[in-house]
Design a protein around this ligand. Structure first.
Ligand SMILES: Cc1cc2nc3c(=O)[nH]c(=O)nc-3n(C[C@H](O)[C@H](O)[C@H](O)COP(=O)(O)OP(=O)(O)OC[C@H]3O[C@@H](n4cnc5c(N)ncnc54)[C@H](O)[C@@H]3O)c2cc1C
Length: 311
């Protein structure tokens, strides 16, 4: 008797259509996707990441590789025919309605994802690469791993991290101490987020109407430094570690503690920081080198790099 092993991918392509669009603010567009294929889509919540495969002229969802090794098949395509992939966050999944919300930052027609979102209309088709409910093990794809006894949480990021941060905030138990810092382009981008008691949310708009907008990252960097100073008593003592340089123009800044690497029984601060890679790099230097925060209790994630496409 031969036993056939069926390969079930952890993440797989899902064909979806735009159900509706809601302009949440000057910068954020909520795109709600739907499709029968979503019956097998799953999420762990928090900062669960997905990929959006964007159509090219003459190429759309039927051209997405259906292979279990969809990624290998995608990479094997000639570069000029390969549909661009970009990383986004599941803001909400409503399986009973077969709906997913993804909040897009509109930063102009400078990249395929933002350009697609700017002109998206109900009925438009894309492919989402997301967690496969049929996969028998953990699907991963998220970095929110606070120790159960963290005395305080520090969650900070720019507009690209707002969807992840809002989902994380809404998952926190009442009474959990947390400082949440969100740098956004303008005051109108402060979104409604259902923050439980104990969670202090601060929006940091770069443009306030008075004078020139603050440089990208300046408000976030200052606010994180202030928060870390306030939380000095809660910070886990740091073992001496050499901080190696990360070239954010040629590589990815992604340094994350996992359930396995986070200090056991840590009762101090757990921090999750995401946004423009140069800004996150400066925060990493400040926290780890200047202040001496235990890097095993901080997730540092460069979500994008100014002046560089995510290809
Ligand atoms: C885990 C993860 C989750 C993410 N979740 C979200 C999300 O939910 N919503 C979201 O909007 N983004 C999110 N991002 C960021 C998103 O992937 C990038 O912004 C991506 O570059 C957008 O692709 P694009 O095709 O629009 O631009 P690209 O083709 O990648 O870049 C084109 C140009 O636009 C610039 N650029 C890219 N993004 C921005 C921006 N936000 N503001 C100003 N200039 C920009 C680039 O520097 C480049 O010069 C996430 C990234 C990661 C890694």
């Amino acid at each position: 008797m031969t036993v056939e092993t069926v390969q079930i991918p952890v993440y797989r392509p899902f064909a979806v259509q735009v159900a509706r669009l809601v302009r949440l603010s000057p910068t954020f567009l909520r795109v709600t996707f739907t499709g029968a294929d979503l019956d097998e889509f799953s999420t762990n919540g928090y900062d669960q990441r997905i990929k959006v495969m964007l159509p090219l002229p003459g190429r759309g969802i039927d051209d997405c590789p259906a292979d279990p090794d969809w990624y290998g098949a995608w990479r094997a395509q000639p570069e000029d025919r390969r549909m661009p992939l970009r990383t986004y966050t599941i803001r909400a999944l409503r399986p009973e309605l077969r709906e997913i919300d993804v909040d897009f930052v509109l930063h102009g027609a400078t990249g395929p994802a933002s350009a697609w979102a700017e002109s998206a209309a109900p009925g438009d088709e894309v492919v989402l690469i997301g967690p496969n409910a049929r996969f028998p093990g953990p699907t991963g794809g998220f970095e929110w791993h606070p120790p159960v006894d963290a005395s305080c949480l520090l969650v900070a990021g720019d507009e690209t991290a707002v969807p992840a941060i809002c989902a994380i905030v809404e998952s926190l138990p009442a009474g959990q101490r947390a400082r949440v810092l969100l740098e956004v382009p303008e005051a109108g981008d402060a979104l409604n987020v259902a923050a439980p008691d104990g969670v202090e949310v601060t929006w940091l708009p770069r443009a306030t109407g008075a004078g020139a907008p603050a440089p990208r990252g300046a408000l976030l960097t200052a606010a994180v430094a202030d928060a870390v100073a306030d939380l000095a008593d809660d910070l886990a003592p740091s073992p001496a570690v050499a901080l190696e340089d990360v070239d954010v123009d040629s590589g990815i800044l992604w340094e994350v503690p996992t359930e396995l690497t986070a200090p056991a029984g840590s009762s101090g601060v757990y921090a999750w920081l995401a946004g423009e890679a140069g800004v996150v790099k400066a925060l990493r230097r400040h926290l780890v080198q200047t202040v001496g925060v235990d890097r095993r209790s901080v997730a540092f994630m460069g979500y994008w790099r100014e002046g560089r496409t995510s290809d």
